[in-house]
Design a protein around this ligand. Sequence first.
Ligand code: GLN
Length: 561
Amino acid sequence: MSKYIFLTGGVVSSLGKGIAAASIGALLEARGLTVNILKLDPYINIDPGTLSPYQHGEVFVTDDGAETDLDLGHYERFTHITLKQANNWTTGRIYDNVIKKERHGEYLGETVQVVPHITDEIKAAIKSTEGKYDVIISEVGGTIGDIESLPFLEAIRQMRYDVGRENVFYAHLTLVPYIKSAGELKTKPTQHSVKELRAIGIQPDALLCRSDIPIPIGHKKKIALFCNVEMDAVIGAIDVETIYMVPVSLHNEGLDNLIIKKFGFEEKEPDLSKWKEVVRRMLEPAHEVTIALVGKYIDLKDSYKSLTESLIHGGISNNTKINFQWIDSEDIEKHGVEKYLSDVDGILVPGGFGGRGIEGKIETIRYAREKKIPFFGICLGMQCAVIEFARNVCGLKGANSTEFDENTLYPVIYHMEKWFDFRTKTLQERSTESNKGGTMRLGAYPCALAKKSHAINAYGKPNIFERHRHRYEFNNEFTGCLTDNGMIISGTSPDGSLVEIIELRDHPWFLGCQFHPEFKSRPTEPHPIFSAFVTACLKEKRSLFPFIADSFTEEYAADSF
Ligand code: GLN
């Protein structure tokens, strides 16, 4: 039988509940236990796929093609789980299920209500992998006191009665703010938050107290007394230099010990050596590179969460610190490329939607190609690289994607209306009129790599699976023209019909991929293309500045551990 951990949040949002849930997962795995992690989101959208990145940050895509909350990215990066649609539930999805059942007559004439029908549906979601894992962690989105999260809280309260109190652990993440003028840490917000939680019927087993500075024993005692928890259940969650320090930091505060004891698991030391090595490499890098990220949502870094983490992972495998240079592609349109890109070691153009800032991205790519700066284009970034090459190398004036210009004479990127989905073994058909939600090529698709390419050098194997999230595709009508002029198609779907990776012949490292490799990178297993990109940036930097050559050895290249 599985044990259940429920993580709620109090006082304010953005305390890092996702990282906390992921870190608990990492700690339990380090003790040899199997874990699953679920995110229960109180908003009404069926999934975050239709939400603007400004509203909700990145949409994380799973192998099975689910568009999920960005916290699921943390869960995968911190553990070995491959998440699925069933790991992310929203109020919308729960109600949608209940309403569908009601329409099918499954409630046999009953009045359908929040309790028990909605709460039962939530519990069924939580218990859907019962018995398959030692521990199932569920993070409840939002903050205690929100109206929206009440059905979820009621459901997790009931879980204790359903599966037995010895099988349930409630952890509550709160804030212990430091008030500068008083020179003191304040426990009152935590007391209030726990009071609220207890009013709903949930008595926490542990409090994770976010704080700028270590929480003194006296304050921990006070929190324990007022919140009705043991002293050792008041866990300091102190600000750390990198999120990858959190598992070790929570372990040092005794969190995993507490959980293990409560559940009656064997008490042995966890193996945290991988996490310590990740942190060591991040804090003591041998090199550094500056990478420009040219996009349009740059004010909201959360919309590129997996991407920045993957670059950091590529840095970890190269023992290299990544300095990010965030550039709005519209600024490039206004002020030119030189101003922003003349002193970077590598350029990355990430994914995106819509035409704003596209010409700036294309100018950026032209600069990377002509100046032979390592370039990595992801999804929209790859599409822009094809447009740039078609226009400026092949002479196809006005070449474009039909996403930005429906009437272009040279639609090198076009709206794909039919493709074969190997998972369902069905032909997928879409039109521009289709619903916006869930109508893209989504999830992991196979890709066959060409011999003698950067791609195969990086992966070290000919067949890969990578995750997609896009509507538009490379148009094969132009393959001949592009390859005759020096483009290399280095990855395609196994039947050759979908172009997945492009490279350039006369360039040290120029790679664009139609998929999103950032969804499959972990700090302990950096993604091969990100590692290879950072290696290329280092190599090029070394060729420009030979005095740093001595300190760089190739042993770090694509070095996973
Ligand atoms: N807008 C492009 C498409 O839909 C690229 C999407 C992306 O970068 N994820 O194909």
